[in-house]
Each structure stands twice: as structure tokens, then as C-alpha cells.
Design a binder for this molecule. Structure first.
Ligand code: GDP
Length: 206
């Protein structure tokens, strides 16, 4: 399941410009801006800068296709929610459209430390909206909790990370036939990397 070859194929501003799928499995990385999509992608392919990482939210404005092991695609989509781009009216719409058109399997990212530190901020409405949309369109989703190295200890009545994961699952389970699989990750320690790659390999063979 390891990545032996990773090549940047193309940045597309619009869906029409994306490389033809030709039945090749595509995994879309989606999530709010700054959730750690680019970092995760770099971690998965063991390259420091294959995907551009930035400290500013909303920097990933294009649909970026990466061809892995010459047999499947990782697709970095623009972050949804928070930041609206000058080039498109609504990132959420764009990512939704994208996933729908390409029929990708979706790897949805949630920043663990946000859920882990403050029980009053569980999933944001935009996350639930997005998950609901995926469910309605029967697009399989895997939840990836990012930045797990940052998670803080329970304090001020906050919940433990595991509880937050459970809460999130509870919130979205009704959108899907089954509870979506979930994986805890960190791009700093590479926690979860092998698990994600194995999971993707299983989905490809499914
Ligand atoms: P994107 O906008 O979703 O592509 O997010 P980036 O990958 O650009 O990451 C946003 C910020 O979070 C950057 O400052 C990263 O260094 C930081 N970051 C990303 N992943 C991790 C992680 O696993 N652990 C920690 N501690 N920071 C991370």
C-alpha cells in the first residue's frame, strides 16, 4: 500500500479542466481551510513539498491532481467554508460539484485539536452540511482527524479526543447507511499514515 511514486499532474481551476478519470480511483481530500490537507498529502507521499503548504488559510485555490504509483489519484480540493475565494463564489459548492462529477471517494478531514480542546466546538455547521450532502449522494466518506499531536488534555470540562470523535460520529451517522470509518492522524509524527494508505488500498480493491 506504500507510495513508491507520486507525481503532480495538474492544477485545475474548473472541473472541466481536470484530467479524465478513465476509471482510475480518485481520493479527494476535503475539509475546511487550514485543516492540514496539504500537510497530510505530503506525509502520505513522503515528500516535503509535493503539495504546497501554507500558513494562510485558503491558499489551495485549485483542484490539484496527484498520480500515485501510476495507478490512482489523490486530489487536493479547495478548502470549503470559512474562506471564499476571489476566483469562485463558493468553495463549498465547488468541492461538492467536484466530488459529484468525478465520483471520488472522499477523505474528509477534521482538525482534532479543535474538537479535542473545546467541547463547545464540536463539528462546524459547514462540516455537517458537507457530510449530509455526501450521504445524500451516496459518496463514501472516511473521516480523518488531523493534527492529533496537538491534542490537549481534558480541562475546563472539555471532552477527551475519543469523546469528541464519538460525538462527531453521532452527528453524521444518520447521513450514511453505516458509520463512516475514521482515522486519527498527524502530519508531524506521521501517525495514521500507513493506516490511511492501507484503507485506500482496500477501497480500491473493493
Ligand atoms: P490546508 O490549508 O488544509 O492545506 O492546511 P496546511 O497543510 O497548509 O496546514 C495548515 C497549518 O497547520 C500549517 O501551519 C501546518 O504546519 C499546520 N499543520 C498541518 N498538519 C499538522 C499536524 O499534523 N500537526 C501540527 N501540529 N500542525 C499541522
Amino acid at each position: 500500500a506504500q507510495v513508491v511514486q507520486a507525481e503532480f499532474v495538474k492544477s485545475s481551476v474548473r472541473t472541466e479542466d481536470c484530467p479524465p478519470s478513465d476509471g482510475i480511483p480518485e481520493f479527494a481530500l476535503v475539509g475546511r481551510s487550514n485543516v492540514g490537507k496539504s500537510s497530510l498529502l505530503n506525509s502520505l507521499v513522503r515528500r516535503k513539498k509535493l503539495a504546497l503548504t501554507s500558513k494562510k488559510p485558503g491558499k489551495t485555490q485549485c483542484i490539484n491532481h496527484f498520480r500515485i504509483n501510476d495507478s490512482w489519484y489523490l486530489v487536493d480540493l479547495p478548502g470549503y467554508g470559512e474562506e471564499l475565494l476571489a476566483s469562485c463564489d463558493d468553495v463549498y459548492e465547488l468541492s461538492s460539484y467536484e466530488v459529484w462529477l468525478l465520483n471520488q471517494m472522499v477523505i474528509n478531514l477534521q482538525p482534532m485539536h479543535q474538537h479535542g480542546t473545546d467541547a463547545s466546538i464540536p463539528a462546524k455547521p459547514i462540516d455537517l452540511e458537507y457530510a449530509s450532502w455526501l450521504g445524500q449522494n451516496q459518496i463514501p466518506m472516511t473521516l480523518i482527524f488531523t493534527k492529533c499531536d496537538k491534542r490537549k488534555k481534558k480541562k475546563n470540562g472539555g471532552k477527551r479526543p475519543e469523546e469528541n470523535v464519538q460525538d462527531f460520529q453521532e452527528l453524521i451517522r444518520d447521513f450514511f447507511q453505516t458509520v463512516p470509518p475514521w482515522i486519527m492522524t498527524s502530519s508531524v509524527t506521521n501517525q495514521g499514515r500507513d493506516e490511511i494508505l492501507l484503507h485506500m488500498a482496500q477501497l480500491r480493491n473493493y
